[in-house]
Design a protein around this ligand. Sequence first.
Ligand SMILES: CCC/C=C/C=C/C(=O)SCCNC(=O)CCNC(=O)[C@H](O)C(C)(C)COP(=O)(O)OP(=O)(O)OC[C@H]1O[C@@H](n2cnc3c(N)ncnc32)[C@H](O)[C@@H]1OP(=O)(O)O
Length: 308
Amino acid sequence: MSSIIRCALFGSRRLHHPALNAVRAMSASGPTPPFTTLSISQPATHVTHVELHRPQKYNSMNKVFWSEMVECFNQIAEDPECRAVVFSAAGKIFTSGVDIMDMAGEILSPDGDDTARKSWQTRHIIIKHQKTFSVIEKCPKPVVVAVQGPCIGAGVDLITACDIRLCTKDAWFQVKEVDVGLAADVGTLQRLPSAIGSRSLVNELALTARKMFSDEAMSCGLVSRVLPDKETMLTAAMEIAVEIAARSPVAVQGTKINLVYSRDHSVSESLDYMATWNMSMLQTNDLMKSAQAAMEKKNLKDVPFSNL
Ligand SMILES: CCC/C=C/C=C/C(=O)SCCNC(=O)CCNC(=O)[C@H](O)C(C)(C)COP(=O)(O)OP(=O)(O)OC[C@H]1O[C@@H](n2cnc3c(N)ncnc32)[C@H](O)[C@@H]1OP(=O)(O)O
């Protein structure tokens, strides 16, 4: 386990279920050093909570956020203690997207003596920023995201890289990029179509930048639940994360990896990948432990699975 995550975890109270107690432990007072935009805690066994913490700046994404996310999720991916993640944002606004004041210089004035060099540098910058959300998808631990209020621009890029999306009744989503003169370039156009399922709706949202409110987000499948307020939503997110974390990490992480793979490949390729995956993963002790617990009608939360 990395020193940053360890410090974050052991610095916070170690609570177990029920989810409500865990949610109380989730209200962070500020970012967890050395991070300056993220607060990390362990509200329940094997569950890591990552909170975007710039509420005074509408949780906008400044330069340091884009690299801290990569550092944070790479550490979570490597942390055998973590089996599920809740991602949320402090305050009343989930995010207002990219921090326009902090980021404009980097995006609009790339270094380079000529167009070729400036273009090369710009390409490098875009790819670097794409990694900020791709790390969520590449992390084998499932990520439950909880959205309250506005989720704008890069916020949509972020949530579409997560595995399970919940929101509050007052949440709204906006693919804002065309309003600020650019085509969204860090994940929305690539991931939103499979998150929603209707190409026509994705096209409408991305081409007009109209706001989509929580009832429509629910009916089109962008979120799987709408909760009345933030506390109820965080409780629900925690309950889901605790359920996931109670199950075999071999089964859970294999499921996430194969779900992501099958989204991007044919059924035939995905079945082939699955067979290769499970030819070794079926040899886990967790299979027998889980089957025995099912036969004995035992709660999986009481079955000890080794860390992966
Ligand atoms: C290579 C990287 C690629 C990444 C691309 C990402 C693209 C995007 O994210 S596009 C979206 C960019 N964001 C916006 O356009 C911001 C939209 N903001 C809003 O819609 C509203 O501000 C909001 C709904 C969040 C809040 O509305 P409210 O009426 O409550 O407040 P305002 O008076 O509008 O704003 C208050 C001050 O906050 C400043 N602000 C808000 N958002 C941002 C932001 N993203 N970046 C920087 N500053 C922001 C706003 O300018 C006001 O400042 P001031 O006038 O100094 O009080």
